[in-house]
Design a protein around this ligand. Structure first.
Ligand code: GNR
Ligand code: NI
Length: 171
């Protein structure tokens, strides 16, 4: 396993639509393991492959929040939202690719996601709470979408400008 560097906006890979994974082979398994290591080290509760510069449809997450809870790593390959609730919920979101910035985001409160697991088996998860929000946040990454895209234009442009300036200064 190896920890990988996390890309920060405005890296263009974060705005690309990622390619489907065509085979759940050793390369993908080892990539998933590296992503879990990178996510836990950050620390974060989710990570999408584009965040480490790989434009493929692969996500890891672990929303086990209690300090004493066992880790509950999930690997989702080619995840797809197949149902979403009318009801919404609001969570304060952050993103490892937009460090030190959080804002409330409203999203469907419940989603059903179909995906392939680390062994390549087809699975479906019905999620609510933080897991539902995190799944939507990660699947957005696979489509080049960031949580700041849901904010008011003023807030979004303020944060995008700040990071563009930092990148220009090499900060
Ligand atoms: O670590 C993370 N926390 C988080 C909190 C609320 C909603 C979404 C997230 S995901 C984020 C890690 C990350 O950037 N994943 O892409
Ligand atoms: Ni993110």
């Amino acid at each position: 396993m190896a920890k990988r560097p996390i890309l920060i906006i405005p890296d263009p890979v974060l705005r690309r639509v990622a390619e489907p994974v065509t085979a759940v082979d050793d390369r993908i398994k080892s990539l998933a393991d590296d992503m879990l290591e990178t996510m836990y080290a950050a620390p974060g509760i989710g990570l999408a492959a584009p965040q480490i510069g790989i434009s493929e449809r692969l996500v890891v997450l672990d929303v086990a929040t209690e300090d004493d809870a066992e880790p509950a790593p999930m690997v989702l390959i080619n995840p797809e939202i197949v149902a979403r609730s009318e009801e919404t919920s609001v969570y304060e979101e952050g993103c490892l690719s937009i460090p030190d910035y959080t804002e409330d985001v409203e999203r469907p409160a419940r989603v059903t996601v179909r995906y392939l697991d680390r062994e390549g088996a087809e699975r479906t998860v019905d999620a609510d709470g933080l897991l539902a929000t995190c799944l939507q946040h990660e699947i957005d990454h696979l489509n080049g979408v960031l949580f700041v895209d849901y904010l008011s234009r003023l807030k979004r442009e303020r944060v995008l400008k700040k990071f563009a300036k930092q990148a220009k200064l090499g900060a």
